[in-house]
Design a protein around this ligand. Structure first.
Ligand SMILES: C[S@@+](CC[C@H](N)C(=O)[O-])C[C@H]1O[C@@H](n2cnc3c(N)ncnc32)[C@H](O)[C@@H]1O
Length: 261
């Protein structure tokens, strides 16, 4: 860990890791788990935990998650965060990572998460934001993300633009949790466990630029048959040029660690 590049060391990610390392997770729920990558991070970073349940509305993603975690104390269930089938006060920790902007009804998912959380339990939310303190390379990533959201929405998959810091803070404040700690990081916390972090330091590195191009390629593949496919192709072309100019880096994120009263 100590050999990390300065960009990661000074990003805010280490403070999040240290805070997670002080939390005993107990029974953990991860909402919008997709293939379970946040669960993998929590398993490495929490002080300890008893068991973990991941839920998602995509059976295809859950199939991959079950395969990935077949040996661990982790279960996956097809379920919407809007209507959790768990009892009140049944989890010690509830989490959600990079999923708020995928929700059609953010308030109902957050209030369901609070309902199933025990008094004194932890709510952990990680989400990228769109405004303030973002470099040109990060703004480029946000624009690529918005094109992705446009195409997903057309296909009937809930996916919206990145929320502002203000809106995220408001959603959390409305929950009325006992305490709210807010961390900010310009790097994904996952970068702390990456085997090749050096390659990401330069937004214009071959690896970062190629990642941006690959995202555009996959958006275009997804957009096949779109009635305004030509417009999507033109926008992807503009973003490709922008990636070459600015480079490509993930947007900064807010990391909320809240405690239920
Ligand atoms: C960007 S992915 C999450 C990534 C993952 N949590 C991680 O950190 O790697 C967003 C996920 O939210 C899921 N999702 C969208 N609406 C949902 C809902 N109402 N309930 C549960 N999951 C939902 C999507 O199916 C998708 O897998």
């Amino acid at each position: 860990m100590e050999n990390l590049p300065d960009g990661i060391k000074n990003s805010g990610a280490l403070e999040i890791r240290d805070r997670l390392g002080s939390i005993s997770g107990g029974r953990v729920l991860d909402v919008g788990t997709q293939e379970g990558s946040f669960i993998g991070l929590l398993m490495k970073m929490l002080k300890d935990y008893e068991s973990i349940v991941g839920i998602d509305i995509s059976e295809e993603d859950l199939r991959k998650a079950r395969e990935e975690f077949k040996d661990g104390p982790v279960e996956f269930e097809l379920m919407s965060g809007e209507k959790l089938t768990f009892d009140d006060d049944s989890f010690d920790t509830v989490c959600m990572s990079h999923t708020v902007h995928h929700l059609e009804n953010i308030e109902s998912v957050l209030s369901e998460m609070k309902r199933v959380l025990k008094p004194g339990g932890y709510m952990i939310i990680q989400e990228q934001f769109s405004d303030g303190d973002q470099s040109d390379a990060q703004n480029t990533e946000t624009l690529v993300h918005h094109l992705d959201a446009t195409v997903d929405t057309w296909k009937g998959i809930p996916h919206f633009e990145t929320l502002s810091r203000h809106r995220l803070n408001d959603h959390i404040a409305q929950l009325g949790m006992g305490t709210v700690e807010v961390f900010q990081s310009s790097r994904l916390v996952q970068c702390l466990v990456c085997k090749e972090p050096e390659d990401c330091e330069d937004p214009r590195s071959k690896r970062n630029v190629e990642e941006g191009f690959e995202s555009l390629d996959s958006i275009l593949e997804n957009a096949a048959g779109h009635p305004e496919y030509d417009k999507i192709v033109a926008e992807a072309g503009r973003l490709r040029e922008r990636i070459q100019e600015t480079g490509y880096m993930p947007a900064s994120l807010l990391f909320f660690i809240c405690r239920n009263s």
